[in-house]
Design a protein around this ligand. Structure first.
Ligand code: A5P
Length: 230
């Protein structure tokens, strides 16, 4: 019998939430897997766990507040003890990530970069041999003259598409930016690509998370696997 994907997401989330201890400052990721973790944290808070959290999106902020989690912001001088977040792809070995299919990559990267520990929770479908295989690389850009930014990014990526909502309007991120989805067959050198893209005028941030994940919790049909950088 195959286990439902949502059950796998919940299993990964539960394992990560077990790592949260009293008095910690906790980064809350975005997306469906992270949402399970936020719900589980809210239950622990209701049971007496004392934490303060920082959200990576308006949606996660709202969910956490509704769940009774005490929130703060990254504007306070803060070192985050642990951030729990999902990912779209995790490369075996390096544990480099692609994130941002949900559009929250900018705040996710800012929170991840301010965290002592970034714990990534995924189901096993997202583990890849090489980044780029499974889904596009999201790149957040400013709306001004976005077509020029798209053309510049096309030097690095053959297929670059503006993300649209169901009304065929550009998707706006929490920061009021657009997202370009860049389809690669595979990404040979994620660090170089991230740097090259970031240098282009108009690019705000990329969904490449290089050298940021401390731990990846993978839930699969045969149970949980915990990966650490080789
Ligand atoms: C949000 O912008 C993303 O980075 C998510 O963390 C990622 O897309 C994973 O989302 P799911 O858990 O919904 O697959």
């Amino acid at each position: 019998m195959t286990t439902n994907i949502n059950i796998l997401k919940q299993q990964a989330a539960a394992k990560a939430v077990d790592l949260v201890e009293n008095k910690m400052i906790v980064g809350l990721g975005s997306g469906t897997t992270a949402a399970y973790a936020i719900d589980m944290l809210a239950k622990r808070v209701a049971g007496g766990l004392d934490i303060t959290a920082i959200a990576t999106s308006e949606q996660s902020q709202e969910q956490a507040e509704k769940g009774g989690i005490r929130m703060t912001s990254l504007s306070q001088p803060t070192e985050i003890d642990i951030t729990i977040d999902g990912a779209d792809q995790v490369e075996k070995g390096s544990l480099d990530l692609i994130k941002g299919l949900g559009g929250a990559l900018l705040r996710e990267k800012m929170v991840a970069s301010a965290s002592k520990q970034l714990v990534i929770i995924i189901d096993e479908r997202k583990l890849v041999d090489e980044l780029g295989e499974r889904s596009p690389l999201p790149v957040e850009i400013i709306p001004f003259a976005w077509e020029i930014t798209q053309a510049r990014i096309s030097q690095f990526c053959p297929q670059v598409t503006l993300r649209l909502n169901p009304n065929k309007q550009p998707v706006l991120t929490d920061g009021g930016h657009f997202i370009l989805d860049c389809q690669f067959q595979k990404i040979d050198n994620a660090a170089n690509l991230a740097r090259d893209l970031k240098l282009l005028p108009g690019v705000v941030e990329t969904g490449l998370f290089v050298n940021l994940a401390s731990l990846v919790i993978v839930a699969g049909q045969n149970g949980i696997t915990i990966l650490q950088k080789e």
